[in-house]
Design a protein around this ligand. Structure first.
Ligand code: PAF
Length: 279
């Protein structure tokens, strides 16, 4: 496995793959890898001759510096996991490589970035699309894999890729869960034992909603909110039920796939879960 720290080095190696006629899949990450990331790597490996993973804790997508500082990092462990998984190349750029001095260019989906989670995390999706556009340009893969857990992120990246005509397929990979149903996330390690148990309310609330026989936006919302409110350690932060692709507002009985995006805080740790319900 090759580890590159500069874009120039990464490009040189990727172009050697290209010259041998090999296809390239990209898995962008912020490191501190868990089984959810490894699922993205496995999805990429099953589709491409070569898999490139990027590890970059992107400062522009964090609202406050303390969240950025608290973000867990363990490069040696990440590299061991990626080597074991048979990844071909890992790009670990310095901030200055990604955001050169004096840089001025941002990439933003103007509607989708500023709704839903974007409303409570101003600038977050702008940071994501700006870095992903740069990573796409660095690596120039045939496709890139993103988790469905960050559902809005996935739709925002699909929109950006289409709008900017990147010749890159965006592959959404289903959520990976712990045995008890908690969606895997790098943030889970920050939960106390009690909050870890309480956080199961996220997936169980979505199960309850999915089991409704005549789902409407209103009865789905009611079922999920009351499940979350019944857990004293949970603070509901976001509950959005929207059209699955456009993220548009919907109401009444479900007539087309709807995405439920749920977020709640447990002891100061914000967790997300998501489900697409097809009527
Ligand atoms: O999902 C993530 O880990 C990040 O938002 C991403 C896509 C790697 C961009 O920094």
């Amino acid at each position: 496995m090759q580890v590159c720290r500069t874009v120039t080095d990464c490009r040189k190696r990727v172009s050697a793959y290209r010259q041998s006629g090999e296809t390239v899949g990209l898995v962008p990450t912020m490191g501190f890898l868990h089984a959810g990331h490894m699922e993205l790597v496995a999805a990429a490996k099953s589709r491409a001759d070569r898999v490139v993973v990027t590890i970059f804790v992107n400062p522009t997508q964090f609202g406050d510096a303390s969240d950025l500082d608290a973000y867990p990092r363990d490069e040696a462990r990440d590299l061991a996991m990626l080597r074991e998984a048979g990844v071909d190349l890992v790009l670990i750029p310095e901030v200055i490589e990604v955001y050169p001095n004096g840089d001025e260019t941002i990439v933003e989906t103007t509607r989708m970035a500023n709704m839903l989670h974007g409303e409570v995390r101003p600038g977050h999706f702008r940071g994501v699309t700006t870095v992903v556009a740069r990573l796409f340009n660095f690596v120039q893969p045939d496709f890139a894999c993103f988790g469905e857990k960050d559902y809005q992120q996935l739709q925002v990246i699909k929109r950006m890729t289409q709008d900017l005509a990147f010749p890159i397929e965006i592959v959404g990979v289903p959520i990976v869960r712990e045995a008890d149903g908690l969606a895997m996330s790098s943030r889970n390690v920050r939960l106390s034992d009690e909050d870890r148990k309480a956080a199961l309310v996220l997936s169980s609330a979505l199960d309850t909603a999915e089991a409704l026989t005549s789902p409407t936006v209103e009865n789905l919302r009611e079922a999920i909110a009351s499940a979350i409110h019944s857990e004293p350690r949970a603070t509901l932060r976001g509950l959005d039920i929207v059209a699955a692709e456009t993220l548009d507002n919907i109401s009444g009985p479900l007539t087309a796939p709807a995405a439920i995006m749920l977020s709640a805080e447990f002891g100061g740790v914000l967790l997300l879960d998501q489900r697409v319900i097809t009527p």
